[in-house]
Write a protein that binds this ligand. Structure first.
Ligand SMILES: [Zn+2]
Length: 117
């Protein structure tokens, strides 16, 4: 594992090469992960293909890869975030709001998926 400056340099190079920085970071070294132009996900810190320790991380990345549009990926990410909030919340009012939001997100997802066909 290289030092921080080395990572920053690598990340800058990746961005210049057209790769995109993902919202997930490497479970090993906490460096943000990058999606290369060929769709491969790598960790610039470890210098290898990203391996996820947490199953929900794998799900998130899979959702992003399966989503054929950016909007669909965003909606899927929001849904997984709301799910986590529901799991954490004990406040009935908040839970009500969260489930309402969840329903509209699923409606939106439905619509996005139907539109692309
Ligand atoms: Zn790493």
């Amino acid at each position: 594992m290289g030092d921080k400056d080395e990572n920053v340099k690598k990340m800058a190079e990746l961005l210049r090469g057209g790769s995109t920085m993902l919202s997930h970071s490497c479970p090993d070294c906490k460096t943000p992960l990058f999606k290369l132009t060929d769709g491969e996900i790598i960790c610039p810190g470890c210098g290898r293909k990203a391996v996820f320790a947490k199953p929900n991380e794998v799900e998130k990345v899979k959702a992003e890869e399966e989503a054929s549009s950016e909007l669909e990926a965003i909606v899927l990410q929001k849904i997984s975030r709301i799910k986590m909030k529901i799991a954490e919340s004990d406040d009935p009012e908040e839970l009500g709001n969260l489930s309402k939001t969840m329903t509209s997100l699923y409606d939106l997802l439905d619509r996005v998926r139907r539109e692309k066909k």
